[in-house]
Write a protein that binds this ligand. Structure first.
Ligand code: MN
Ligand code: MN
Ligand code: MN
Length: 284
């Protein structure tokens, strides 16, 4: 807490990835980068996993930075894929359990696609697809890569046009996580549910639907947003009583995204944590 009248000049970053998903740096190295960026707090938000959080929090305790537990869940609102950030999670086992179930569903679908390919004379194996997925959530790109590596096709385009695209012989509909379910999972884990980078997809209708499903906040500051988009999202936060969030969506690689560059004040975390209190004790 800051003394009354004194300005809190601490900054945070609430969106970043490590090697637990598609980031380039191990969780401890992400923490070191956050220290170097002089952040007071970081929230690790790997795609569909909290697998890097323990390492990051241990590193944070050593290096003197607060590390909050998070995840970025891929979900669907109708046919649109939306990303949902779960921030300040306390029951990590809830997230990991649900994501494991989900990964198992994706693997069942992968096996169905492989069987369909085999049935049309393409002898790719499930093991070859597993190798491409490397323990992550299995999807059609992994199957495509296995087909290309096996010499059955030249490129992704050919794979999707011949076999994997909608209406093709090895097309199997994806097991989807509905965004309302994703919000419920985050709440069951004791965190706040924030619509990630809604600059393009965060129209009024969608925001209203998500608010009705229990959404807590919007990621108003994100490197993909224009100033106009940020202003519109801030307006939605005021109108719907949502908390604001922001982060760099840093993946540990050099480029336009810079850790800490969204200048998110520490105060936003305090407001988010107050909001999270209402979800503590929600059954899984
Ligand atoms: Mn990513
Ligand atoms: Mn995303
Ligand atoms: Mn991200």
């Amino acid at each position: 807490m800051t003394a009354p009248g004194a300005e809190d000049t601490r900054f945070v970053d609430l969106h970043m990835h490590s090697t637990a998903s598609d980031g380039a740096l191990a969780p401890a190295a992400v923490v070191a980068a956050a220290v170097k960026a002089r952040l007071a707090l970081m929230c690790l938000t790997d795609h569909d996993t909290v697998g890097g959080v323990a390492e990051a929090q241990a590193a944070g305790a050593e290096q003197g930075i607060e590390v909050s537990a998070g995840a970025e869940l891929s979900a669907h609102d109708g046919s649109t894929e939306v990303h949902l950030l779960g921030l300040h999670l306390v029951k990590l086992e809830v997230i990991e359990g649900r994501m494991q179930e989900f990964r198992a569903g994706r693997e069942r679908r992968g096996a169905q696609i492989v069987a369909a390919l085999n049935a049309v004379g393409v002898p790719v194996t499930f093991e070859a697809v597993q190798q491409q997925a490397a323990g992550g959530a299995m999807g059609r790109p992994h199957i495509a890569r296995a087909l290309i590596a096996g010499g059955y096709a030249r490129d992704m385009r050919e794979v999707f046009e011949r076999w994997l695209g909608a209406g093709k012989p090895a097309y199997v509909d994806k097991e989807r996580l509905e965004v309302a379910d994703a919000i419920a999972i985050v709440h069951a884990a004791g965190g706040v549910a924030v619509f990630a980078h809604p600059g393009k997809d965060g129209d009024r209708g969608r925001v209203e639907r998500l608010v009705a499903a229990g959404l807590d906040g919007l990621e108003v500051r994100h490197p993909s947003h224009t100033a106009d988009e940020t202003a519109r999202l801030v307006g939605f936060c005021e109108e719907f009583g949502l908390v604001q969030s922001g982060g760099s969506d840093w993946h540990g690689v050099p480029g336009p995204r810079v850790l800490g560059a969204m200048n998110v004040p520490y105060e936003w975390v305090e407001i988010q944590r107050e909001r999270a209190v209402r979800w503590r004790g929600v059954p899984a």
